[in-house]
Each structure stands twice: as structure tokens, then as C-alpha cells.
Design a protein around this ligand. Structure first.
Ligand code: PTJ
Length: 251
């Protein structure tokens, strides 16, 4: 069944469309096979969260927008799942907050790096970093430690969707502000982030952009207030409570 053949009134249409995008990503050499497993894990958490943006996630998305607008050199990191699911939305976010886009992969191969960069360019990206790989995140054994010297290595704020905990911790140790998007509030990466967004990347990226557009003319003091008044522990606890209490079933 192609994306367009899924009827809108199908009760699981959004979830099925997302699955098809990941499947197409694997076929195009963009998404890794492990990306299919990661998607399944994400889906389970999304189901438990009620497949909606929680008010606490919306607050995190607004705080993320403010932090990105305040940044000197923000970078949005892209892996194979993000490229398959939200290529256009990623480009729109980067434009809204004047960020670089950098491909950074756990399962890094030259073929996948090039395929993802081409895919992002086909969706409007002018410059895609990550291919030169002339910088590093100290202390990481795997390929995610390879970054661009004038990209993630030089960034002050990094958006890291569907991250693994190792890199999240290593980026934190480099003094970078991290905005992590992950559906699992117990995962190590959102737990070490200054701004954890517990939401599906499919909803989160465009919502951060919407908040950034809304805050575009706000004075810096207001942006600082929005970013600083966000409470990461409270947001993580709010998501965990929804999952544990099953309160989504009532709504
Ligand atoms: O493209 P690569 O080579 O960089 O590989 C990317 C994956 C995602 C395969 C790799 O980083 C990986 O194996 O990740 P993990 O350890 O499976 O972690 C993925 C996390 O993302 C899990 O906590 C999932 O719950 C979460 N997740 C999965 N799908 C989504 C998601 N979070 C937000 N939105 C999603 N759509």
C-alpha cells in the first residue's frame, strides 16, 4: 500500500503513513534497518502517550524555539529516521532559527551520508554539513563522534532527535546545550538534555518551527524567560505519569 492509498479515516492512518515513510527510507538507502526497530519502539511509546503532543511537550517545544533563537550557532542533527520522516520540516526549522543542518549517523557509511544529504537538498536544504567529518566529539568510540569542525563541533545549541545516550552525554560534556526529541521519557538522552521534548518527531519538529515563527520578533529577555522557566524534570515526570497512569485512554 502506498502512502496515498491509506484512507484518511483509517483509525491508524497517521501511524501507517509514518511506517511507510520509514520503509521507503530503508528502500532508498537513507534509513538503516535498525531504524525500523527504533521506529517500532517509538510507536509503542507514542501509543502510550495517546499519539498527541502533551501540554508539557508543547512547553518544551516553545522553550526549544526560544533557546534556538537565542543561540549563536545552532545545529540540527539529522539521522536516517529523521531524514525519512521529516525532511521538509527539518529544513523549515533550520530556516526559522537560522541553524545549520548536519547529517550524523550511528551506522555511518559514505553511501548513506550522501543519500541523506541529497534527500535533504531535494527537500530544500541549501547546505548540508556532516560529509567532511573533520571534527570530533571527544570520548565517543562509534561513528557518531565524527562531526564537522564548523558544524556540530562549533555549535552552542544542538537539536538531537532520536539520539543515543552516549552522544547526548558527550555533547553535554562539551558544554553544548542539547534539545533532545525522543518518545521515551526514561531514555538516557532526554534525561541529560537541557530541553527534552517527549513527542513524536513527526509532530515535534513542525511545532518547534511554529513556536519559533511566533517568537521571531520577541525581545531577548522574553526568549530568555521562556527558555529558562522551562523545567525539564517536570516535563519528563509529566510524560511518565501519562504512560504509567494510562490516563490517555480517558481522553
Ligand atoms: O540513522 P542512524 O544510523 O544514525 O541510526 C538511527 C537509529 C535511530 C537507528 C539509532 O540512533 C538507534 O538505534 O536509536 P535507538 O537506540 O533505537 O533509540 C531511538 C530512540 O528514539 C528510542 O528511545 C525511541 O523511543 C525513539 N523514537 C523512535 N521513533 C521516534 C522516536 N522518538 C521520537 N519520534 C519518533 N518517530
Amino acid at each position: 500500500m502506498a502512502d496515498t492509498e491509506i484512507p484518511d479515516d483509517h483509525p491508524r492512518s497517521a501511524s501507517l503513513r509514518t511506517r511507510h515513510r520509514i520503509e521507503a527510507g530503508v528502500e532508498k538507502g537513507i534509513t538503516s534497518k535498525q531504524g525500523l526497530i527504533a521506529q517500532g519502539r517509538g510507536e509503542a511509546f507514542d501509543y502510550l502517550l495517546g499519539e498527541r503532543t502533551l501540554p508539557s511537550a508543547d512547553e518544551a517545544e516553545r522553550a526549544a524555539a526560544a533557546r534556538l533563537l537565542l543561540a549563536d550557532h545552532p545545529v540540527v542533527s539529522v539521522n536516517g529516521n529523521v531524514a525519512a520522516l521529516v525532511p521538509e520540516e527539518t529544513v523549515e526549522l533550520a530556516e526559522a532559527v537560522d541553524a545549520d543542518i548536519e547529517v550524523n549517523l550511528f551506522n555511518r557509511t559514505d553511501e548513506r551520508m550522501t543519500a541523506i544529504a541529497d534527500h535533504l537538498r531535494a527537500h530544500g536544504a541549501e547546505e548540508v554539513k556532516g560529509l567532511s567529518g573533520d571534527g570530533e566529539i571527544p570520548g565517543l568510540e562509534h561513528a557518531r563522534g565524527t562531526v564537522d569542525a564548523d558544524g556540530i563541533e562549533a555549535a552552542d545549541v544542538v537539536v538531537v532527535p532520536l539520539e543515543d545516550g552516549d552522544r547526548a552525554e558527550a555533547l553535554g560534556a562539551m558544554g553544548k546545550t542539547e534539545i533532545v526529541i525522543d518518545l521515551n521519557p526514561a531514555s538516557r538522552s532526554p534525561r541529560v538534555a537541557e530541553i527534552p521534548i517527549i513527542d513524536n518527531v513527526v509532530r515535534a519538529v513542525s511545532n518547534v518551527t511554529a513556536h519559533a515563527n511566533d517568537l521571531a520578533d520577541a525581545p531577548r529577555e522574553e526568549l530568555r524567560y521562556v527558555a529558562d522557566s522551562f523545567d525539564a524534570d517536570e516535563a519528563l515526570a509529566a510524560a511518565e505519569t501519562v504512560i504509567r497512569d494510562g490516563s490517555f485512554a480517558d481522553e
